[in-house]
Every structure is written in structure tokens, then in C-alpha cells.
Design a binder for this molecule. Structure first.
Ligand code: SLL
Length: 161
């Protein structure tokens, strides 16, 4: 299975988190949530505008803070066009280690990304104000996955409509 010499293929994706403060009206605490938890949040890897990425991304692991039960979460076999994601509740911000695993045809090693989970409004005063108004703290990064000289079989997979 030969490499396609000189070929580079880019596939855009998004990763990051969305967090919401608990609020009796807009975001009630689920029953059984510990008293000290202040937020619900989701960390994810997905296609831009939820376009399918499962033809190149097979599995994503999220390594959460050790204070959280089962801190290493393995997400695979997602419905095409839906995010690889983990939702949790908590009280603190921390660094999440995200590992992306490729489909076997790619013969590529997994890639590691780092995401700082944000619960509190950040950025400029205007940005903070917008987050407070929306009740949502969004921290998303747009990335391009580069496949450098993919092998022929994977090239076909990446470029078939
Ligand atoms: C901090 N260095 O002190 C960080 C640690 C840890 C956050 C934040 C626990 C959730 C659970 C949780 O939110 N940990 O108990 O499931 O801010």
C-alpha cells in the first residue's frame, strides 16, 4: 500500500468545550449532582457544522481531571455527523488531554491535543458580557487535520464523495 508522494490532504474539524452555570430556570441541576458542582459542561471533537468526520477519525479519548470518576473516557462508534463528546458536571477548570485515533486504513499514529476547560467568562469585557448574557461559556478551536502523503487506500477513502 504505497504512499501518495507529494500529496497533502486537509480536513477541518473543531474541538473544545461549552459550559453552563447551573440555574434553577435555564439549567437546573440534575438530581444527584454533588452540592459543590456549579456547572454542566461538554468537551467535544466534531466536524465543522457537524459534518461527518468518522471516515478519518475512528476514536477519541478524553483524559479529564483525576478528581472526576473514570477520568479517561473513550468515545467511539458515534453516529456519523455527531460529535465525539463527553458531558459532565463540576466546579473547576482544568486541562483536558484529547487523543484522536484514525481509521485503520490511515496507518497513522494517534495525535494528542490539549484543551483548557473554561467555565468562567473570559476575554474582553464585551466577550465576557456576551457569555454572561447567553449563559454559556464557549471555548472552541478550529483546526485542520493534515494527512501528509496518505497511503493509496486512505487517499481513496478521504477523497471518495
Ligand atoms: C482547580 N486545578 O483547582 C483545578 C482543579 C478540578 C475540577 C479543578 C470535580 C468534579 C467531580 C471537578 O470539577 N474538578 O467531582 O466530579 O480549579
Amino acid at each position: 500500500n504505497k504512499r501518495c508522494k507529494g500529496v497533502q490532504i486537509f480536513r477541518p474539524f473543531v474541538f473544545g468545550s461549552t459550559a453552563r452555570l447551573f440555574d434553577p430556570v435555564t439549567n437546573p441541576k440534575p438530581a444527584g449532582t454533588p452540592d459543590d458542582h456549579t456547572h454542566s459542561w461538554t468537551v467535544f471533537v466534531k466536524g465543522v457544522d457537524d459534518v461527518d468526520i468518522t471516515y478519518w477519525c475512528k476514536k477519541v479519548t478524553f483524559k479529564l481531571h483525576d478528581s472526576i470518576p473514570n477520568p479517561t473516557r473513550i468515545i467511539e462508534n458515534v453516529q456519523p455527523g455527531t460529535p465525539f463528546q463527553v458531558s459532565e458536571t463540576g466546579w473547576g477548570e482544568f486541562e483536558i488531554v484529547i487523543k484522536i485515533y484514525y481509521v485503520p486504513e490511515a496507518s497513522e499514529k494517534p495525535q494528542t491535543l490539549y484543551h483548557h476547560l473554561r467555565l468562567h467568562p473570559y476575554g474582553t469585557d464585551a466577550e465576557k458580557e456576551e457569555m454572561r448574557t447567553k449563559g454559556e461559556v464557549i471555548s472552541w478551536s478550529y483546526e485542520e487535520q493534515l494527512f501528509n502523503e496518505p497511503n493509496e487506500q486512505f487517499f481513496d477513502l478521504l477523497t471518495s464523495p
